[in-house]
Design a protein around this ligand. Structure first.
Ligand code: PEP
Length: 249
């Protein structure tokens, strides 16, 4: 059974004190929660403090990005071993904001996810089409290329140690969520693609999260779909009460 994962992507928000307050409220609200796995991804500067604040709880901590080299002359970058050293279990790779503003490509996303796994981190690999691509009817082509481009060549064992997040760019931070049917269609397509890269059993084991304007009102409909195995949540993860409602859904 795939245990649903609810991941909060805090993006470039919260100083250390605010991050500790938020995660402490989540910790309190999640006591005894066993059905879902909960992950928070703070900014790099708050990861250490948040990891300390969740010690002894079931809340996992992750990075929002990483560089594929472990160390060296790469000013400004953070590597997999550094994230693992702080207590991270996960790392997001290929978020559309990284692709749009910081030049991430399917090739570098592939390098990053391999580096993450080498450091013992579980990558959450983001894919998703832009609005113009959906309108031009090339959604499958785009998402298929992103999946194959980043995940092609991985062994079955490596595929089982990652999570995919389908995040249609037009739904991120816009309040315009994909309908459960739209999400299911693409999730099933991604799973079919994973099957093509491995086999039925492997493809079935990979968790596929939906991300893009998830909130307490729309999460239930999405989670009812068979290939939606959790959510990657941006804006709504910055308030404990809202994120808790999403997890409890
Ligand atoms: C995200 O950035 O991964 C995201 C899904 O953002 P939001 O929930 O704010 O749309």
């Amino acid at each position: 059974m795939r245990r649903p994962l609810f991941a909060g992507n805090w993006k470039l928000n919260l100083l250390k004190a605010g991050a500790i307050d938020l995660v402490s409220a989540l910790r309190k609200g999640l006591e005894g929660e066993k059905r879902a796995e909960v992950l928070v991804c703070p900014t790099f500067t708050a990861i250490g403090a948040v990891a300390e604040a969740v010690k002894g709880s079931e809340i996992a901590v992750g990075g929002q990005d990483l560089y594929w080299q472990d160390s060296g002359a790469f000013t400004g970058e953070v590597s997999g071993p550094m994230l693992a050293d702080l207590g991270c279990r996960y790392v997001i790779v290929g978020h559309s904001e990284r692709r749009q503003f910081f030049g991430d490509t399917d090739e570098t996303v592939g390098k990053k996810l391999r580096a993450a796994q080498k450091s013992g981190l579980e990558p959450i690999v983001c894919v998703g089409e832009r609005l113009d691509e959906r309108e031009r009817g090339v959604m499958r082509e785009v998402v298929g290329r992103q999946v194959d481009g980043a995940l092609g060549g991985l062994t079955k064992d490596e595929l089982k140690r990652l999570t995919v997040a389908y995040e249609p760019v037009w739904a991120i931070g816009t309040g315009k969520v994909a309908s459960p049917e739209q999400a299911q269609e693409v999730h099933a397509f991604i799973r079919e693609r994973l099957r093509g890269l491995s086999d039925e059993t492997t493809a079935r084991e990979v968790r596929i999260l939906y991300g893009g304007s998830v909130n307490p009102e729309n999460v239930r409909g999405l989670m009812e779909k068979p290939d939606v195995n959790g959510a990657l949540v941006g804006g709504a993860s910055l308030k404990a009460e809202t994120f808790l409602k999403i997890v409890r859904s």
